[in-house]
Design a protein around this ligand. Structure first.
Ligand SMILES: C[S@@+](CC[C@H](N)C(=O)[O-])C[C@H]1O[C@@H](n2cnc3c(N)ncnc32)[C@H](O)[C@@H]1O
Length: 165
C-alpha cells in the first residue's frame, strides 16, 4: 500500500498547486491517521483530533514525535488561533447539529494563518438516498446514521440526516 492510497485526489492536487511557506497542519477527525501519514511524508507537522479513543491510539502509533494527536470533541476543542496553514477535515465536520458545525467552521477559520488553506469533504446527501444505512447503539457515534452502498462497500460514508433538515 502506498501512502497516498485512500487520500482524496483533490487533496493531493491542493498540495501540488499551492505553496506552504511552513508546513503545519491540523486534521479534524483524523481517524486512523491515513492523511496524517501522507502529510508527514510531505514534511508537514500534523496535529490531529478525533473523538474515538481507538482511532487516537492507532494514529499515535504511526505519528512522528513532532505530531500531537489528542482525543477531543471537535465541537468543544480549544482551537489555537492563527497557527496552521493547512486544516483538513475529511468526512467528519457534519457529525453534529447545525450550531455545532457552524462553531467548528468559525474555529477552523480562526486557527488558520492568513492565506492558510482548508480541505473539507462532506457527504453527498442526494447520493445517500440510494444507500443503505445503519447506526450503532453504543460508542461515540451512537445513533448517527452511517450509509453504504450494498454494491460498493468501500464507499462508506456517514451523515447525520436527522440534524440537517
Ligand atoms: C468517516 S470517519 C473519517 C476519518 C478520516 N478523516 C479519514 O478520512 O480517514 C469520521 C471520523 O470523525 C470522527 N468524529 C466523529 N464525531 C467527532 C467529534 N465530535 N469530534 C471529533 N471527531 C469526531 C470519528 O471518530 C471518525 O474518525
Amino acid at each position: 500500500m502506498t501512502l497516498n492510497e485512500g487520500v482524496d485526489k483533490r487533496f493531493i492536487e491542493l498540495l501540488v498547486h499551492h505553496s506552504f511557506p511552513f508546513k503545519k497542519a491540523l486534521d479534524i477527525g483524523c481517524g486512523t491517521g491515513n492523511y496524517l501519514a501522507f502529510l508527514e511524508s510531505k514534511s508537514f507537522v500534523v496535529n490531529g483530533i478525533d473523538s474515538n479513543p481507538t482511532n487516537i491510539e492507532m494514529t499515535q502509533k504511526i505519528a512522528t514525535k513532532s505530531s500531537n494527536i489528542v482525543q477531543a470533541d471537535m465541537y468543544e476543542f480549544e482551537y489555537p488561533q492563527n497557527v496552521y496553514n493547512l486544516i483538513l477535515s475529511v468526512s467528519t465536520l457534519h457529525h453534529g447539529i447545525k450550531k455545532q458545525v457552524k462553531f467548528a467552521i468559525r474555529k477552523v477559520y480562526e486557527s488558520l494563518v492568513p492565506d492558510g488553506k482548508i480541505f473539507i469533504t462532506l457527504p453527498n446527501l442526494d447520493a445517500s438516498k440510494t444507500l443503505e444505512t445503519y447506526s450503532s447503539k453504543t460508542g461515540p457515534e451512537a445513533g448517527i446514521p452511517h450509509s453504504f452502498s450494498p454494491n460498493k462497500k468501500s464507499e462508506i460514508c456517514s451523515h447525520n440526516v436527522k440534524t440537517f433538515p
